[in-house]
Design a protein around this ligand. Sequence first.
Ligand SMILES: Cc1cc2nc3c(=O)[nH]c(=O)nc-3n(C[C@H](O)[C@H](O)[C@H](O)COP(=O)(O)O)c2cc1C
Length: 334
Amino acid sequence: MNILGLSFGTVNGKSDLLVKEALYAAKEAAAAAGEHAEVHFVNTCKMNIGRCRGCGACSTMFERQGKDNDCIWKDDYQKVEEEVRWADAIVLGAPVYVLQPTGQFKDFVDRFACRHDASAINWTLDRRRKGEVPGNADDFPMERLKKRTVAYISVGGASTDNWTSMGTATLHLFGFPALMKVVGNYNANSMGTIGNPYLDETMMNDIHEIGRRTVAGYLDDAVGFYEPESKPAGVCPVCHQRLLTILPHTTKVECPICGIEGELSIEDGEIKVAFSEAQQARARGTFAGQREHTEEIQGFGAICGPKLMANKDFLDERMATRIKNFDEEIQKIK
Ligand SMILES: Cc1cc2nc3c(=O)[nH]c(=O)nc-3n(C[C@H](O)[C@H](O)[C@H](O)COP(=O)(O)O)c2cc1C
């Protein structure tokens, strides 16, 4: 099997160290199971991974022209994408910069997510099979959506969870489009006081355990998510995060990562949230959850198209006078 370590931190920094330690445990787990494993480690820090420019070429080519959905902008993005496509088990580490993983991580995810969205891909392939759009459904390399496991490590300097509040949560955006099985996430905060992860035995043990699970969870469906005793448990039963969006004027909340609704209550002075089985089954990281969004997107044209056509002259005039000519127009306000 193929094991990938992906670090968005500085070269030989804390993220590198933790990802590499998890990889040792992953390879040992493979060896113990009699599996031959090849391991790649990639540090992206000095790579040039530009942002998604929103050009839409990937979806136009795929959905309307019978072509692949690859990104047309060529830089180091493709190298990392190829590594991820190659991998069966992934350990991903990223430092927290201003409460979230580094921007480079998000730039990668923006370009990776759409073209690995399992529902969106299957939607178009079904349309090809029915002859509704050009292209041969069998041409698409379905191994891009093969079974994968992933473990996330978020690395932060601050001693409180408070300053790494969106670290692990945001890392979950990497794997959900391709329906990767998440076997663990770890908030490796407090680096400013720990000094070096090798000096924190509990942290190293936890990191080894999530590394082990990337392989064990790949080989055995029964091996699930690791909740370390050393870290407070998550609230969402799907992504195990503790972030919640309050739905105004109700007792309902949503997990912002999974998009599922829960019922909030306070029992014995403790906040509890109950997420029904039905809600868990429609989490964003499930095919059903993605399909809701695919269907929503398909409906956009029917709603927007007539509105835009009916107001074409007005909108063209506004664009010409206020938006395209902005620098000149704004000067007229004295
Ligand atoms: C621009 C910048 C912003 C940072 N913001 C945070 C932060 O919001 N919270 C935090 O805990 N650490 C923050 N840090 C500290 C890093 O997360 C920490 O140094 C981490 O160990 C770096 O990972 P690396 O060693 O893998 O490069 C920040 C560091 C930099 C350079």
